[in-house]
Design a binder for this molecule. Structure first.
Ligand code: DGL
Length: 264
């Protein structure tokens, strides 16, 4: 799995619950975070570097792009270069939103890169859903700086999400994998009548199906290993990973220097 930082841990958490026997290697590219403010070309470049590292050094059998921004721009390149199943989060998010919404009026919060890619909007419009989309780059930083449980952030989040209140949406897509960590604050801001959709859980269902079709499920009966890497500092990443996944959920967390790894 890969993400620009800790966001993809929301997808990993679902995977550990749904497919606990698989082995997981996760790379958070904190050194290049935030992806949402980078050009699509740069994001393709970063994720190809990570994809090759995971394939070459860890012999992964499938890659989950646990990042909406990278899913929006890098899936074709990753699929063409890696030659293994590559699963993004956007299609799963679209399906989950369509099954949640009763009135086909759907909100989307995501990074600027994901909103500008129009992938969610176009896929939902093709199913006759109306979409109100807004970029929330600051939310990524709140999560990365471990301020996602901080009630002081509630007024900022409330102000940012005010356009959704009374807008008629009945479903809001958390279209950035960092945002489920802020779910209680986001829910309080938009009100309980709006259902929050986290594409991560639906993505893991898609991973499960992909592994089944390809005959790639592990036959192991025991819990798999969970190895995490960050391209940034290890300590803050570890704090959030343990808070979010649980103290014992992870076997190792290490720093990864992709330029060194490429030379190995
Ligand atoms: N977690 C990412 C996403 O789902 C990206 C956040 C960022 O680095 O801007 O889009």
């Amino acid at each position: 799995m890969l993400d620009s930082g800790v966001g993809g841990l929301t997808v990993l958490k679902s995977a550990l619950a749904q497919l606990p026997a698989e082995n997981y290697v996760y790379v958070g590219d904190t050194a290049h975070m935030p992806y949402g403010e980078k050009s699509p070309e740069a994001v393709v470049d970063y994720t190809l570097g990570i994809g090759h590292y995971l394939l070459d050094q860890h012999q992964i059998k499938a890659l989950v792009v646990a990042c909406n921004t990278a899913s929006a721009c890098a899936l074709p390149a990753l699929r063409a270069e890696l030659g293994i199943p590559v699963i993004g989060v956007i299609d799963a998010g679209v399906r989950a939103a369509l099954s949640s919404s009763q009135n086909q009026q759907i909100g989307l919060i995501a990074t600027a890169g994901t909103v500008q890619s129009k992938q969610y909007q176009d896929k939902l419009a093709a199913e006759q859903a109306a979409v109100l989309a807004q970029a929330e780059p600051d939310f990524v930083q709140l999560v990365e700086h471990n301020q996602y449980q901080d009630a002081e952030q509630q007024s900022k989040i409330r102000a940012d999400l005010a356009p959704f209140v009374g807008s008629g949406i009945d479903t809001l897509i958390l279209g950035c994998t960092h945002f489920p960590l802020l779910a209680p604050l986001i829910q309080a801001a938009v009100g309980n009548q709006v259902r929050l959709v986290d594409p991560g859980a639906a993505t893991v269902a898609e991973l499960d199906q992909t592994l089944s079709v390809a005959g790639l499920h592990t036959q192991a009966q025991k819990t798999g290993f969970r190895r995490l890497y960050t391209t940034g500092p290890v300590a803050p990443f570890t704090t959030i990973a343990k808070q979010w996944l649980g103290q014992q959920a992870v076997d190792r967390i290490d720093h990864l220097d992709l330029t060194e790894a490429a030379g190995e």
